[in-house]
Ligand binder design. Structure first.
Ligand SMILES: NC(=O)c1ccc[n+]([C@@H]2O[C@H](COP(=O)([O-])OP(=O)(O)OC[C@H]3O[C@@H](n4cnc5c(N)ncnc54)[C@H](O)[C@@H]3O)[C@@H](O)[C@H]2O)c1
Ligand SMILES: CC(C)(O)[C@@H](O)C(=O)O
Ligand SMILES: [Mg+2]
Ligand SMILES: [Mg+2]
Length: 350
């Protein structure tokens, strides 16, 4: 593995130059890769694998949206698209990409269809680490590995198509065949990862649950709403409040952060903005520390898992979720956002 200096700490990563796609093809040449679940990660990883020349079949509940999507993507019922149990039995590498709650519910079906020497693959440490809640304990005669793309499946596919890639973390939980690590790194490269960095199942799930509840999604949504509401309360128009809170971030400033870091973004704003941002950053940082402490505790104690499994196992979870998502979509802030997006030059006339 290549050694890279991450801010003074040396870590090992696997790059595409080092573990080439050809090497991945060699390692996985005899594998039938069964992708179980065709929601968000399933299609992205399955299509990237298929485009890279690997043998891929899909296991999905018969009927319904995801089954139809697999057909629309060129998978053929009875040839490359099967009910879950059948696909799991046919596969030598079983990519368990049902929702985390569905993984718990369908585990008896998967377990029954695992053969000696198979490889059970996850894109999250969730099911294995919280085994007291999920009851997912793989038999000892299979490999258990993880490749977790650090981005939405939508970008796993989009970045593959535009020639870039989403970075993934990887880990081996159980090595029954002596080939688990090779299978794991090969799969990480085969799905189109930009590079791979090592983790453990536990570190992956703790950091992932924290990140998505924190800065990446929950915290982001919360602070945006707080600032928008503040500006509105003080008489600013919806367009002004939205532009100053979201649009400028996504269309301008965060792109500069992505390109060259926070100091580079600061450096491309006025000295007035820099002074204020430098002064206020520590105040915001210190204000949220207690909330982040609570969050990490809730993750490591298994409370976040309990909440997630309980709500996402309800038969009407999808409808209830849609009500909550629609409430965001239909709020003044995000209706203002839709109007602002429609005015982007590239969206004019659409
Ligand atoms: N969504 C992402 O971008 C993303 C990113 C990184 C890791 N992950 C991980 O990848 C895995 C898959 O996540 P996802 O977001 O793609 O899943 P998802 O929520 O899109 O669901 C995947 C599939 O599960 C099926 N499913 C749901 N309930 C079912 C049930 N009761 N019986 C049978 N099938 C059922 C659905 O039909 C769907 O096709 C999870 O472990 C997740 O944490 C997801
Ligand atoms: C895309 C995310 C947020 O990184 C992933 O962790 C998920 O659960 O969907
Ligand atoms: Mg996640
Ligand atoms: Mg994540």
């Amino acid at each position: 593995m290549a050694k890279i200096d991450f801010g003074g700490i040396i870590e090992e990563v696997v790059t595409r130059q080092e573990f080439t796609l050809d090497k991945a093809r060699e390692v996985l040449k005899d594998e039938v890769i069964a992708v179980i679940g065709y929601g968000v990660q399933g299609p992205a990883q399955a299509l990237n694998l298929r485009d890279n020349g690997f043998k891929v079949i899909i296991g999905q509940r018969d009927g319904g949206k995801s089954w139809d999507k697999a057909i629309a993507d060129g998978f053929v019922p009875g040839e490359t698209l099967f009910p879950i149990a059948e696909a799991a039995a046919k596969g030598t590498m079983i990519k368990y990409l049902l929702s985390d709650a569905a993984q718990m519910m369908l585990w008896p079906v998967i377990k029954e269809n695992l053969n000696e020497g198979d490889c059970l693959y996850f894109s999250h440490g969730f099911s294995i680490v919280y085994k007291e809640q999920t009851k997912i304990v793989p038999p000892e005669n299979v490999d258990v590995i993880l490749v977790a793309p650090k981005g939405s499946g939508t970008n796993v596919r989009r970045n593959f198509l535009d020639g870039s890639g989403i970075n993934s973390s990887f880990a081996v939980f159980q090595d029954a065949t002596g080939r688990a690590m090779d299978r794991c790194m090969a799969m990480g490269i085969a799905i189109g990862s930009g590079y791979l960095f090592p983790t453990t199942f536990q570190n992956e799930v703790y950091s992932d649950l924290t990140g998505e509840r924190g800065v990446l999604m929950g915290c982001l949504a919360g602070v945006m709403e707080a600032q928008y509401n503040l500006l509105r309360k003080n008489g600013h128009s919806p367009s002004e409040a939205f532009n100053e809170t979201v649009e400028e971030l996504t269309q301008s400033l965060i792109r500069l952060v992505a390109e060259n870091g926070m100091d580079w973004m600061f450096g491309n704003c006025s000295t007035t903005a820099q002074r204020g941002a430098l002064d206020w950053a520590p105040r915001f940082r210190d204000a949220v520390v207690p909330v982040f402490d609570q969050l990490y505790e809730s993750v490591t104690s298994g409370e976040e898992t309990r909440i997630s499994l309980e709500s996402n196992s309800q038969p009407d979870y999808a409808e209830k979720l849609q009500v909550e998502l629609d409430a965001i979509k239909n709020s003044e802030m995000w209706r203002a956002g839709a109007a602002v997006r429609s005015l982007r030059p590239e969206n004019q006339g659409k």
